[in-house]
Structures are given as C-alpha cells and as structure tokens.
Design a protein. Structure first.
Length: 102
C-alpha cells in the first residue's frame, strides 16, 4: 500500500527542467483539456474503448490523446465531449499565465 505523490508535487518537480517547462507552458491549455476528458471518462466509469465507441472514433485515437502523443482536432474534441455529455465553453482568462523567463 504505497502513497501516491500528488500531481501538483510531481508537476512542480518536473517543471524545474527547462525543456519540460517549455513544453508544458507551450501546451498547457491542450493538457488541461485532455486531463478534463480523462477525469470525465473515469468519473463515468468508461473505458477508453467505451468512450471511443460512444464518440465514433477508434480506441487508439482516445489512447493517443490521453497519453499526450497527440492533441485532438476540433472535430474529434467535439465528438469526445458530446460522448461524455460535456460542453465546450470559451471564457476569458483574466490571468493569462505567461511563460516563465528562463
């Protein structure tokens, strides 16, 4: 029975690497979207295959997106969010986190 390291701690540790930080800040919005998709899928007790069937995409597409090997295009993103009964809403970000200067 091992304790899991909180995601924030792991993220903070990884962001000390300039290459990781650059990639993270460049793709932070895509990463946040994918994390919300993963959380919604798991909360609904769906496997990747279940979600793929509901969205009309291949399971490999869901896997590659969840593993951050690719980011979904808009059409695929809409299919996934609709399959999860989610809505895409754009809101103004009052605090747009700038990329840290390294």
């Amino acid at each position: 029975n091992t304790a899991l390291t909180p995601l924030q701690s792991v993220l903070q540790q990884q962001l000390t690497d300039p290459k990781v930080a650059e990639a993270f800040y460049h793709h932070r919005q895509e990463i946040a979207l994918v994390m919300q998709i993963i959380e919604a899928r798991k909360a609904q007790h769906l496997s990747q295959n279940d979600l793929a069937r509901k969205a009309g995409v291949r399971q490999q597409v869901v896997s590659r997106i969840e593993c951050h090997k690719t980011y979904p295009n808009l059409k695929t993103l809409i299919k996934l969010t609709e399959a999860l009964n989610l809505s895409l809403i754009l809101i103004e970000n009052p605090v747009n986190t700038p990329h840290p200067q390294t």
